[in-house]
Write a protein that binds this ligand. Structure first.
Ligand SMILES: Cc1ncc(COP(=O)(O)O)c(C=O)c1O
Length: 376
């Protein structure tokens, strides 16, 4: 009889079960310490994560959206300013720019990697541009070399949205050290995920990270009640930091397991008519946060897989320049043809480090069955 057991898109519980003893020890230690906010584990995580990324400094914040928002504020971005970014991303990228009072200027993406197309950046830069914000979507690094050269010519910093790219590499350097600064999310489903919300800003610019820290902690100066700039409360809970420190030790191993599964999908889906599989650009090592294929009959394939117990997701069904919440940025249908086409065709297949390899084969064979039925 055919194997029909459910295959979820993602399974967080299996991973937690494997490291449960380490997590329990860390959580109980923090509970017993009484230092539940800004405890020692927060500082240690900042040090360890900065080292991991190859950045000199890091500041932990409450979540990835805050990481972007607080970083933009630390650059002094505000009303009248523009930030060049992509629409093929999660809403938080654009949200943070609008929350800072600035305007996102969206450019299209390269269809092969789904990340910022460097050829589109120059034309989007105006005298009001304050920085360039590429996104390492699905864990694949944006071409920060080409983007960085253009930004440098205009005297603009590059801020990486590395929320999906813990451990990704571009030309031998890790996400988090590819621009002037980088923002990470540790949302539970991320490659490095907390048991709740958490985020981080990394940079080798000490003064910049000090400004991030200040804004994230009510704009406090040297004295706690000396609030010198308008800030916010975006501190990280110690218990999340302690959990993330445990998980950071496993990150490289988990990313390798993700890459093995991505390679297995790539081999099994190679040449399937109508299916475009993701490939790493030369010089790139994806963190394989998501395994995202392109298929013209995307919705029908998602239904086909769902009927067979296979979970999928669409990241993202609408490019953010077309989201009502971004209307003030003036985006219109047709502005970004590649991003708009991708939003109609992308489908994420199950991928997580513990996904059994035979399950990859079963998902792939269902995709093949769907494609051959369509072709036949
Ligand atoms: C590309 C991108 N940017 C920003 C964020 C925001 O992170 P958070 O959910 O931690 O606020 C996310 C994640 O959810 C993301 O995927």
């Amino acid at each position: 009889m055919a194997d029909t057991h459910p295959i979820p898109l993602i399974d967080l519980k299996t991973q937690l079960a494997q490291i449960r003893a380490e997590i329990d020890e860390a959580v109980l230690r923090v509970l017993g310490s009484g230092a539940w906010i800004q405890g020692e584990d927060v500082r240690l995580l900042e040090r360890e994560f900065a080292d991991y990324c190859g950045a000199a400094h890091a500041c932990a914040v409450a979540n990835g959206t805050d990481a972007l928002h607080v970083a933009l504020r630390a650059y002094g971005v505000g009303p009248g300013d523009e930030v060049v970014t992509v629409a093929n991303t999660f809403i938080a990228t654009g949200e943070a720019i609008l929350l800072a009072g600035a305007k996102p200027v969206f450019v299209d993406v390269d269809p092969a990697t789904h990340t910022m197309d460097p050829a589109k950046v120059e034309a989007a830069i105006s005298p009001r541009t304050r920085l360039v914000l590429p996104v390492h979507l699905y864990g694949h690094p944006a071409d920060t070399t080409a983007i960085g050269e253009i930004a440098l010519r205009h005297g603009l910093p590059v801020l990486e949205d590395a929320a999906q790219a813990h451990g990704a590499e571009w030309r031998g350097r890790k996400a988090g050290s590819l621009g002037h600064a980088a923002c990470f999310s540790f949302y539970p489903t991320k490659n490095l995920g907390a048991c709740g919300d958490a985020g981080m800003v990394t940079s080798s610019d000490e003064g910049f990270v000090a400004r991030v820290r200040q804004i994230a902690n009510h704009g406090a100066g040297t004295h706690r009640y000396d609030n010198v700039v308008l800030g916010t409360n975006s501190r990280l809970d110690t218990v999340q930091a302690a959990i993330l420190r445990v998980k950071l030790r496993h990150l490289d191993g988990w990313n390798e397991e993700r890459a093995r599964r991505a390679a297995a999908y790539g081999a099994a889906l190679e040449g399937v008519p109508g299916v475009v599989v993701p490939r790493e650009r030369e010089g790139a090592r994806s963190a394989w946060h998501l395994y995202t294929i392109r298929v013209p009959q995307r919705d029908a394939l998602a239904e086909h897989l769902k009927a067979r117990g296979i979970g999928t997701a669409i990241h993202y069904p609408r490019p953010i320049h077309l989201q009502p919440s971004m209307a003030s940025a003036g985006g219109r249908a047709g502005d970004l043809p590649v991003s708009e086409q991708l939003s109609r065709e992308v489908l994420c297949l199950p991928l997580y480090p513990e996904l059994p390899l035979p399950d990859v084969e079963r998902v792939a064979s269902e995709v093949r069955a769907f494609a051959s039925r369509r072709a036949g």
